[in-house]
Design a protein around this ligand. Structure first.
Ligand code: CAA
Length: 455
């Protein structure tokens, strides 16, 4: 047995502005229920003019440091995961290091390692596993490391992806003997396939996405990773055979959630795959009819075929699905419905949403993570909720932050989206926060980003 390592605490940062999903739908001539019920989104978090993925990451990190009373010398690494970095060369983590030194003093963070990890929405989970492995190896020079997931999900105005936009950051504090979640490295499963479902060329501010196809890629990779996770459980004797259910071993879970309905699709596919062959599956297909045939179809074609979608629609209405979904997944979506997509931060915001909204005792439960990044790769892994987790949860306040935001009208949202507001024209002028204040305009710093803590 190696050392026990994991997540000791987390701190989320949300932009203070949001767009109401119904209002956006009306403006775009889409039935509002398509967004609120069909996709499951109620509000979309929108960054202000002075914000970017770096300021959001710095704000989340500062809160994490302050609420745990940490000083710079306690921190070994600050690793940032993002797919919306403003710079193709300099990592956000180094900008964040500089911002933190404005608070803690020049040179105070010069000992930290500060890489940036990119793999679309699965980047933070990769960064987390790397950093935890480093701590478990004993190579760390300070007790804590921080991994921050930060992203701004942005699609073209009027595109099918537009209603799924959002933004957020979440900082995860990692250490040995964590108080919140202990990682189970031995079960982790990966599923990776070079694909074109979603990408953002360096010259573009918005992503290119093949929407329905991307859903198929998500489900395919998640199944490959889940199969690997299950095989590892069998190898280590947690399951006796591949015919046993893996979902029964999991107490609660969070999936990458580009829009809340996707978590339902993912969990339904997970259960269909997991329950096939169990005695209860026979009863289910007696009620809803047999699973459609895959013959002649690739995995992605199958997952996005009308036949499979119809079958899944019937399955999600069964009592068996509903009871698993309500007890294991639904709470992760309470916050995510109010944020929209936040790419690599999303799955971890789902974790915090569970912690803040569940009243039952979670200590000792296995917390499953289904992380997906386009391009494409999925990670299925798990943690055990630690006995002292409630003390940590007491200081989490994502739900409060959700309530304290300001709604903006669609024309203001469009101005922000299209970059028509200058840095000093923020809807809410920055106060007690990091802000992007200027861009370099000399030959030696053209385009460089200057950040300042505004009091
Ligand atoms: N009232 C209620 N529900 C309605 C409705 C209405 N008037 N009209 C449609 N719906 C329902 C549909 O029935 C469907 O639900 P079910 O599957 O349960 O039946 C749901 O709304 C969605 O409908 P569509 O599939 O027709 O939606 P769409 O094709 O217009 O858009 C999308 C969905 C393709 C995901 C689009 O939002 C998009 O392109 N999003 C960006 C890409 C994305 O998020 N991909 C997800 C996987 S990739 C990933 O996860 C990485 C990442 O973060 C990007």
């Amino acid at each position: 047995m190696g050392k026990t390592v994991g997540i000791d605490d987390m701190a989320a940062y949300l932009p203070k502005l949001y767009v109401d999903a119904e209002e956006l739908a009306k403006e775009r001539n889409i039935p509002p229920s398509k967004i609120t019920k069909g996709l499951g989104i109620e509000r979309l978090a929108i960054p202000d003019a002075h914000e970017d993925a770096a300021t959001m990451a710095a704000m989340a990190t500062l809160e994490l440091m302050e609420k745990n009373d940490l000083s710079p010398k306690d921190i070994d690494f600050i690793e940032i995961a993002t797919e919306t970095s403003p710079d193709a060369s300099k990592p956000i983590s180094c900008y964040v290091q500089g911002m933190l030194e404005q608070i803690y003093g020049r040179g105070s963070f010069d000992h930290v390692g500060a890489p940036e990890t990119k793999f679309a929405c699965v980047g933070a989970t990769y960064a987390l596993i790397d950093r935890l492995a480093y701590i478990a190896s004993g190579w760390n020079r300070a007790e804590y490391s921080i991994v921050v997931a930060t992203d701004i999900a942005r699609y073209r105005l009027n595109s099918s992806g537009e209603p799924t936009q959002g933004a957020a950051a979440i900082a995860l504090l990692l250490k040995e003997e964590p108080r919140l979640l202990a990682y189970e490295p031995e079960f982790t499963g990966f599923g990776t396939i070079d694909d074109r479902d979603f990408f953002r060329p360096v010259e573009s501010k918005t992503a290119v996405v093949d929407g329905q196809y991307s859903i198929g890629c998500y489900l395919r990779d998640m199944r490959i990773a889940a199969d690997a996770y299950k095989r590892n459980m069998v190898k280590l004797g947690v399951l006796k055979s591949l015919r046993e259910s893996v979902v029964e071993k999991i107490g609660l879970a969070s999936f990458h959630t580009p829009f809340p309905k996707m978590a339902q699709y993912a969990f339904a596919s997970f259960l269909i795959h997991d329950w096939r062959g169990l005695p209860k599956w026979k009863k289910i297909i007696e009620k809803i009819g047999p699973e459609p045939s895959r013959e002649g179809l690739s995995d992605v074609e199958f997952y996005i075929s009308e036949e499979y979608k119809n079958f899944r629609r019937k399955f999600v209405k069964t009592e068996e699905f509903q009871s698993e979904y309500k007890s294991k997944i639904e709470n992760s979506l309470i916050a995510l419905r109010q944020i929209g997509n936040s790419y690599t931060a999303s799955v971890w915001l789902g974790v915090e949403s569970h912690f803040e909204t569940r009243n039952d005792d979670l200590a000792g439960k296995r917390f499953g993570i289904g992380s997906y990044g386009s391009g494409s790769s999925a990670i299925v892994c798990s943690f055990i909720v630690q006995p002292e987790y409630k003390e940590v949860v007491k200081k989490m306040d994502l739900m409060r932050k959700l309530d304290e935001r300001q709604r903006i009208p669609i024309d203001v949202y469009e101005d922000l989206h299209e970059g028509r507001l200058k840095l000093h024209e923020s809807v809410i002028p920055p106060k007690n926060e990091f802000a992007l204040v200027s861009f370099g305009n000399k030959s030696y710093d053209y385009g460089y980003r200057y950040y300042k803590y505004i009091t």
